[in-house]
Design a protein around this ligand. Sequence first.
Ligand code: NOJ
Length: 542
Amino acid sequence: MRHIQVKQGETAEATADRPWWHSATIYEIALISFQDSNGDGKGDLAGLLSRIDYLTWLGVDAVWLTPIYRSPFRDLGYDISDYCSIDPAFGTLDDFDLLVGRLHDAGIRLILDLVPNHTANDHAWFVESRSSRDNAKADWYVWADPAENGGPPNNWLSRFGGSAWEWCETRGQYYYHSFLVEQPDLNWRNPQVRAAIADVMRFWLDRGVDGFRVDASAVLIKDELLRDNPPNPDAGGKPPPQRLTPVFTDDRPETMQCIEDIRNVIDEYPGRLLCGEVQGKTDRIGHFYGNHRPRLHLPLNFALLDSPWNALSLQAAIDAYLNALPSQAWPVWVIGGHDKQRIASRIGEAQMRILAMLLMSLRGTPFFYMGDEIGRERVSIPPDRIRDPFEKLVPGYGLCRDPERAPMRWDDSPNGGFTDGRPWLPLGPSDSRNVAGEQRDDHSILALFRKLIALRREQPCLREGEQQPLRSQNDVFAFKRVWNGDEILVLLNICAEPRKWHGQGRGRLLMSTHLDRQPQPLPDGSVLLRGDEGVMIAVARP
Ligand code: NOJ
């Protein structure tokens, strides 16, 4: 087994009792949109390699890459034809090994996307499975006989529109697909499938990857009786795939055993991380961590993205999430992703700075998505350039994911320093936010992200401290982090007008989201926050 050691940085350090991700900042990269190296208009591994200096400069401790495996790319690579090879558009296994080594040399860990729920329909497993009812892989996918009327076995819907069942003439049966017709679901009731995915994991873990983000982790098992899903009482105005409540297709109890199996493989490799996509409400978070049998280390939590943007709602969303965690569970906070609408477009640039401070000062592992650090907003995509299969199949609901998948804008040139060719998706106007421009500006949001990451690295209180709620005053969302006698107060003005915070004792202002206040003493801890300003204050010991 080859395992490349990460040179331990100051922050993402694994100690006997604290895994490295407790102190890590994790950065999601959609590889196809990060940096092109060969002019084909698509980001690739060599491109990412050339941007390691940027990652180091920014200060992130780990990157999570969207799928890099061989794929027809109908769904951003979440349709995999071969789990153990790199898609030629991205490079080779040699490029991958080089990248892992270079990232590790830079003290940056690498997390891959694991897509265990479905493959592409040109995967050799499916080609064999659909060839007859009695081949060696006949039971590797979810097959069912037609209903009495010859139609699909039940009413289950694909998330990407229409019935989730597709007829296969050769077998005289239907197969199930949670997503595209071209993404058949694997049958996780079959131990051979579990063993095959475990081998896939070992293949990459042996190459040195530091963990996985498990895609669609809540839907691995479907109801054995194929019971119909009931109507969704809240379906009004929602896209047709949400017409039914997916009680018999999502979050089945047996799915948790699958996650435990996946976790067992991770535990064969000490120090590796298992995150998982958990779409849904905070009240489901607990069982994804597992109580008696460990499941995910970090079930991704989108509460900050889902909350209305005001002090009271944020206070409630954060409180509800922290209260829902099982004891010993480590929190995690996500502010962007390849499926999520850019929050900067919703809350605006000024409040995006507040979100940056909030993310980096909450207790728990912060995740952000490439471009969030420059305040990137949704990029308008002309209809003839749309690539997202969801938008093609379920148009008109404003849910297209391409606006957040647009390539990184590194500079203000027409192709943004991303490619010399034609970018696979447009980058948006040249005068929009870009890395080079923000690197030149000491007060940019990029400068703010970098400073916050550095501050979190310096301050054990921000990484490890207890999080204590405070009663928010007057649009100011406030909480405290407490560690070993140190206290840091976080005050976030969620409105555009000035707000006074009435303190209760001496403190020292550490930083402002405006990046224009010098560290300074605050005699009674009170502070006048400007509109859209957040500050951190070190509370003086009595
Ligand atoms: C979840 C991924 O995040 C999303 O992008 C994809 O469309 C679905 N899984 C289906 O693979």
